[in-house]
Each structure stands twice: as structure tokens, then as C-alpha cells.
Design a protein around this ligand. Structure first.
Ligand code: SAH
Length: 218
């Protein structure tokens, strides 16, 4: 099968599994996942599975990327924060659907690779930063939407603080891989409304920056 055909069958699979927002499907069609996958896995770039990337991390499964994106209900003027840049694929998808994306990664190596992949696609509205996602990114706050692509035991308080009233956060919550649930949190005048969406498996949202002097970590 050619890459174009693989891309089309991926979109058909997403539709079949209930992704029906046409803007989201269009974004999934526009961004080739191949550009974000390690060379060793390019032949699996359009499979609906998570794949290994550098630093022991993973690029998420396309269905989950599309599902989380759809749940964000993005508007073209939205300012969005992503925690866990990883390959940069999710950030590239988001960039097609909103005004600005800021994405935080704790590994230098991943941030560098993701920045290059995003630049190579000519995407101009994504800012990639190195830092600890638990702390969010105050310089660009407040955010209309926040998406976390690593699992936390509880929603990081700094991120709840950096979310606008009327804003939404989508994140995997859970102590272990076996008990994670994707959760939607809406911030209203009256407080936070939390809703469980579906069981998922993400790598953990680790506390703190990577120490660049430690070998094997970065
Ligand atoms: N969104 C990514 C998938 C990310 S996997 C994609 O589309 O490819 C989760 C990522 O979160 C990993 O790269 C991991 O290094 C990063 N991460 C984990 N804890 C973090 C933290 N506290 N701050 C920033 N990034 C973190």
C-alpha cells in the first residue's frame, strides 16, 4: 500500500471508531505521522498503535490523538498548552486547529527532534520549550485549552491555575498503567467539573526536569 493509501485508511478507521469532527479529521489527514516516527518504525507509521521514540517514550496511538483533539473542541482563536511534546505529532495536529500551541518536554533530545519535525512541515504557530510540565508555562498563560499526554496521579494545580475560566483540560489520570482514565476537566465560574472519558495507557508525567549531567537520561 502507498503512504497516501495508508493515510486514507487511517482516516477511515478514525471515522469508523466515532471521530466525526471534520476539522479534526482534516488535521489528521494533513499531518503525516511518518514525519514524527523513528526511522526504524516508518513502515508502521500509519498503524493505529503507539510506537517507541527516543528517551524510552512513545508517540501516542493515532486514535487517541484524534479522540483527545476532538474532546478539546478547539476554536481558531484558542491559545493551547500541551504537556509532553514527545515526537511533536500531537502538537502538529493541534496547530492546524487553533491560534497558538505551546508544548513542554522534559528531555532535550525529544524537544530538539520535535522542533525540527514541526519546522520541516512549515508549521509556524508552535512554541516548543524544555521544562517541567507540572509547573505549566506561565509566560503564555492563561490557556483556553490544556492537553496532557502523560499520566498524572492528580491534575497539576499550576495547570488548573493557568486554565481560563470557560477553559478545558484533557488528561490521563491514574496511579498505575492499569488504572488510568482519560479525564475532561471544565473550569467554570462555579468551579471544576470532571468527567471520565475512557481507559487509556500513557507513560507517567514525571516530576521535575531531567538533569542534563546524568548519563542515559538525556
Ligand atoms: N504528545 C506526544 C506523546 C508524548 S509521550 C506525541 O505526540 O508524540 C509523553 C511525553 O511526556 C514524553 O516525551 C515524556 O518525556 C514527557 N513528560 C513526562 N513528564 C513530563 C514533565 N513533567 N514535563 C514535561 N514533559 C514530560
Amino acid at each position: 500500500m502507498t503512504d497516501a493509501l495508508k493515510q486514507i485508511s487511517l482516516i477511515m478507521m478514525l471515522r469508523k471508531h466515532g471521530i466525526n469532527n471534520t476539522r479534526v479529521l482534516r488535521a489528521m489527514e494533513l499531518v503525516s505521522r511518518e514525519a514524527f516516527v523513528d526511522e526504524a518504525f516508518v513502515d508502521q507509521a500509519y498503524d493505529d498503535t503507539a510506537l517507541p521514540i527516543a528517551c524510552g517514550q512513545t508517540i501516542s496511538q493515532p486514535y487517541i490523538v484524534a479522540y483527545m483533539t476532538e474532546k478539546l473542541e478547539l476554536e481558531p482563536d484558542h491559545n493551547v498548552l500541551e504537556i509532553g511534546t514527545g515526537s511533536g505529532y500531537q502538537a502538529a495536529i493541534l496547530s492546524n486547529l487553533c491560534d497558538q500551541v505551546c508544548t513542554i518536554e522534559r528531555y532535550n533530545e525529544l524537544q530538539k527532534k520535535a522542533t525540527k519535525a514541526i519546522e520541516n512541515l512549515g508549521i509556524k504557530n508552535v512554541t516548543t520549550v524544555i521544562g517541567d510540565g507540572w509547573l505549566g508555562w506561565p509566560p503564555k498563560a492563561p490557556y483556553d485549552r490544556i492537553i496532557i499526554t502523560a499520566a498524572a496521579p492528580e491534575p497539576p494545580q499550576a495547570l488548573l491555575d493557568q486554565l481560563k475560566i470557560g477553559g478545558r483540560m484533557i488528561l490521563p489520570l491514574g496511579e498505575t498503567r492499569e488504572t488510568q482514565f482519560l479525564v475532561q476537566i471544565d473550569k467554570t465560574e462555579a468551579g471544576l467539573e470532571q468527567k471520565e472519558l475512557l481507559p487509556v495507557r500513557f507513560v507517567p508525567l514525571v516530576k521535575g526536569r531531567v538533569n542534563p549531567r546524568k548519563k542515559n537520561e538525556d
